[in-house]
Design a protein around this ligand. Structure first.
Ligand code: SR1
Ligand code: MG
Length: 394
């Protein structure tokens, strides 16, 4: 559904958001609104009818990056990309993304299901909350959305139409710069603690590492394999012990399958760095389980839904899954490095209060990132990747 009101873009406030939301509620509704967004780019309004116990979310893209300010203009088209990606992914990952009720392209607004009974996974993990379904749900989400939007499942005309519909150059440029370029050069967008300067300069001077990052960046730029979420970190997932919902696919575009897998794994790896003992084992198990569920579901879809003429050719499916794995490890490495020394950090690391512990954790993130990028072709299984984490951690 498109919202009927057409007007020039204006930023909503808690008051005006209520006005826009009225048509979604009963006549006798008593509406309350709170802005609850804590991301880098958007406003998120929670609107509740306290009389009839109904609620929804209005998300509005801002014409600039909130994290930097009005000096960094950003396309509003991303609101449409996000709503369309939620709808497309929702066709395959049923129940794992929020429902979209309406959109307004002019105002860059999406009206969607209220998930405020859930918690952002990054926050929950930092507080050591337990998410027993997270790994299986995300493994399922990754396999179903990525396989089902790829050439393995779609007629080439349909797939190429989607590639064009989901062209998202401005948001891709952010990723190209913030994940693949800036952290590996002395760029002004970088943000790192003075005690990390020697480690950071070693990265800037590491030719073999930069060569591998250049290859990963080329893959991100050119390999239109599937409709990615494009920013699948733990801040893009809402969950409870019973439910998981993937939100915020405003960076969606056609890219390499391993990118979504790698970003999620990297954000779990960050948690392994910050934890000890049994709490750490929980996350290592989630890393293993995510990959196992992903490959099992991907393989089942390959067999039941695959349309590729070569799908039964010996070795082809294994070649594809290996490529996804190696790409995912490399992309995970880039994500770890950029979250430590680039523009956009994560609370898991920045929130460590003790200076020595925090710097030590950040050094580990850099080391693991480097190893994943450089050794990704020699890491033969998810357990081998976990052993690499064990060797660097502690
Ligand atoms: C200016 S945007 C910075 C970061 O926030 C988003 O969530 C993406 O991860 C992006 O790289
Ligand atoms: Mg986001």
């Amino acid at each position: 559904m498109m919202i009927a009101t057409k007007k020039q873009y204006e930023s909503l406030t808690e008051k005006t958001a209520i006005h826009f939301a009225k048509e979604f509620f009963a006549e006798d509704a008593v509406l309350e609104c709170r802005e609850i967004g804590d991301g880098n780019l958007n406003y998120v309004f929670h609107i509740k009818d306290s009389k009839n116990d109904k609620s929804l979310i209005i998300k509005q893209a801002l014409p600039y990056a909130k994290v930097v300010g009005e000096s960094w203009p950003l396309t509003l088209k991303r609101a449409v990309i996000e709503a369309n990606a939620l709808k497309k992914h929702g066709e395959f990952a049923v129940g794992l993304v929020p429902k979209v009720y309406a959109t307004d392209e002019e105002l860059a607004i999406t009206v969607m299901e209220d998930l405020s009974h859930l918690k952002i996974v990054r926050e929950g993990l930092i507080q050591l909350e337990s998410y027993p379904k997270l790994a299986t749900d995300i493994g399922e989400y990754l396999a179903s959305t990525l396989f089902s939007t790829s050439d393995f499942a779609l007629h080439p005309f349909e797939k190429k139409k989607l590639v064009s519909d989901f062209s998202n150059p401005e948001l891709c440029k952010i990723t190209e710069d913030l994940i693949f370029t800036d952290p590996f050069f002395d760029n002004e967008t970088n943000d790192f603690e003075p005690s990390l300067r020697a480690d950071v300069e070693a990265i800037w001077q590491n030719g073999p590492l930069k060569l591998e990052v250049a290859k990963l960046k080329k893959s991100f730029l050119t390999e239109a394999e599937a409709l990615l979420h494009g920013d699948l970190h733990t801040g893009s997932i809402f969950a409870s012990e019973e439910e998981t919902k993937v939100i915020d696919p405003e960076f969606a575009f056609y890219g390499p399958i391993g990118f979504d897998v790698g970003l999620f794994l990297a954000n779990l790896i960050v948690q392994t760095i910050t934890r000890d003992g049994k709490q750490r084992i929980v996350i290592l198990h989630q890393i293993e389980q995510t990959w196992e569920v992903f490959t099992t579901r991907f393989s089942a879809l390959w067999k039941s839904e695959g349309i590729d003429a070569y799908k039964d050719t010996d070795g082809f499916e294994e070649y594809i899954v290996n490529k996804i794995f190696q790409d995912a490890l490399g992309f995970a490495g880039c994500e770890l490095i950029r979250r430590t020394i680039g523009l956009a950090h994560v609370k898991d690391l920045d929130g460590i209060v003790d200076d020595e512990q925090r710097i030590n954790a950040k050094k580990q993130a850099l080391q693991i990132g480097e190893k994943l990028i450089l050794n990704r072709r020699d890491i033969s299984s998810i357990n081998a990747a976990i052993s690499l984490l064990e060797r660097v951690n502690k």
